[in-house]
Design a protein around this ligand. Structure first.
Ligand code: SAH
Ligand code: SF4
Ligand code: F3S
Length: 428
């Protein structure tokens, strides 16, 4: 039997797909291109309505007798309900059940489908993808926790990933050491609230974990996502002391208005958020930030939105992901009147994106003439001899180079746009 995995959603899904690939390879299945595979595994995202719908239209592309498994967050959220939608799906596998994918393949092979495995589990499921199962030889994802107890009023994730559970320290260190030994230049720690991680045995917290990891020979260590409401000042000290802890933090604000943050059930105010940003910058003037924002949330006034725009300006983010609010089942806000008309929400989204593009252009133009350390992350898909790389703050740099993917190099910045930099490799 051959398989193909299609991944939607966030880095945690990318990482889960690596684990699923690992298990399928172990089971003796062989990878195949999308058009030829006998088994299609769709790792799905439920965070907004539109991406969720994409999953069902994608599943519909595969004629029988191919088998289709929907795994991940839509599987967890919709469960057997997926079958009543007449979707082209043979098996539904939730976020806490994909370690059973081997048995599920056996069930499908012996004709026991449709079926669903969607129970939640409180236990951490220890699964480390082997080298052949990882997507990238440059960036390795390392899960440290899963789940969320915050219940932001718009968010479905607590229902798709369950309550927080934390991976034991020894297992994290073991995988990190193996990744360092395998020569990964970049490791990204993953979890919905990484900065709330605690060792289940000793209670040791996230700053201390980072301090340990900073001693490993890994060039850049990153982590996503940090929840501002869980900020621990010790993190600032640890980052300042650890030179391989990349000077960039994804720190989703969601809104610049404290009134709206309260309605969103985010446990911080605008001024607390800005206080944390300042604390990082006092200790590390080179520290950079990125964020997520939602516009058109129920009750968002012109004044609230203006506060979001002014937060963009005040922080000067490196990059921002922005979304129009999408009501999600079982969330608190889904019951509230959607009082921001769709056209106005779209207008606000475009205004936000335009403002952010101007901020990025200004930031990027300020770098022209400087020399930056760049991790060569891929060859340009169309331009021969061109490489695409990332800076420590995760800016994209395009430059001609013969350096192999996965290598660090110094690039002299010669040009800048809002979304990327251009440069020449320094030869010395
Ligand atoms: N764990 C991450 C969020 C994961 S969801 C965190 O807490 O930051 C990724 C982003 O999707 C969120 O940061 C939010 O900006 C956006 N998002 C979540 N639910 C949404 C909804 N109902 N409508 C629009 N955007 C949403
Ligand atoms: Fe969703 Fe909020 Fe949890 Fe992030 S912190 S996953 S936005 S509920
Ligand atoms: Fe989507 Fe699930 Fe991630 S809903 S954003 S894939 S945690």
């Amino acid at each position: 039997m051959t398989f193909f995995i299609k991944t939607f959603g966030c880095q945690m899904n990318v990482s889960d797909s690596e684990k699923i690939r690992h298990l399928l390879l172990e089971k003796g299945l062989r990878p195949a291109p999308e058009a030829e595979a006998d088994l299609i595994v769709i790792n799905s995202c439920a965070v907004r309505a539109r991406p969720q719908e994409k999953i069902f239209s994608y599943a519909g592309r595969f004629p029988r007798p191919k088998k289709v498994i929907v795994a991940g967050c839509v599987a967890q959220s919709e469960k057997r309900g997926i079958f009543s939608r007449r979707a082209r799906v043979d098996y539904v596998v939730g976020t806490h059940q994909f370690h059973r994918i081997g048995e599920i393949v056996d069930e499908i092979r012996s004709g026991r489908y449709p079926g669903a495995a969607v129970g939640f589990s409180r236990r951490w499921q220890e699964l480390v993808p082997g080298a052949g199962a990882r997507d990238s030889s440059v960036t390795a994802y390392l899960s440290i926790m899963e789940g969320c107890d915050n219940f932001c009023s718009y968010c479905i994730v607590p229902f798709t990933r369950g309550r927080e559970k934390h991976r034991p320290l020894a297992a994290i260190l073991g995988e990190a050491e193996a990744l360092a030994a395998a020569g990964f230049p970049e490791v990204v720690l993953l979890g919905q609230n990484v900065n709330h991680w605690r060792d289940p045995g000793s209670g040791e917290g996230f700053p201390s974990l980072l301090r340990r990891l900073s001693r490993l020979p890994i060039h850049w260590i990153r982590f996503i996502t940090s929840y501002p409401g869980y900020h621990d000042p010790e993190l600032v000290e640890v980052m300042a002391a650890g030179r391989n802890l990349a000077r960039h933090i994804h720190f989703p604000a969601q809104s610049g208005s404290t009134r709206l943050l309260r309605r969103m059930n985010r446990a911080y105010t605008r001024s607390q958020y800005l206080g944390i940003v300042s604390a990082f910058r006092r200790a590390m003037p080179e520290m950079k930030f990125s964020s997520d924002f939602i516009v058109g949330f129920p009750g968002e006034s012109e004044r609230d939105f203006a506060l979001t725009l002014s937060l963009l300006e005040q922080v000067g983010y490196e990059s921002v992901f922005s979304f129009v609010y999408s009501p999600r089942p079982r969330t608190k806000a889904a019951a509230w009147a959607a009082d921001v008309p769709a056209a106005l929400a779209k207008e606000r989204l475009l205004a936000l994106q335009e403002k952010q593009a101007a901020i990025q252009l200004k930031n990027n133009l300020g770098l022209v003439g400087s020399t930056l350390e760049v991790l060569v992350s891929e060859s340009h898909p169309r331009k021969k001899g061109e490489k695409i790389g990332r800076t420590e703050s995760y800016r994209v740099v395009n430059f001609p180079s013969t350096a192999p993917v996965g290598r660090f190099t110094k690039v002299h910045i010669t040009g800048a746009g809002p979304h990327s930099l251009r440069g020449e490799e320094c030869r010395d």
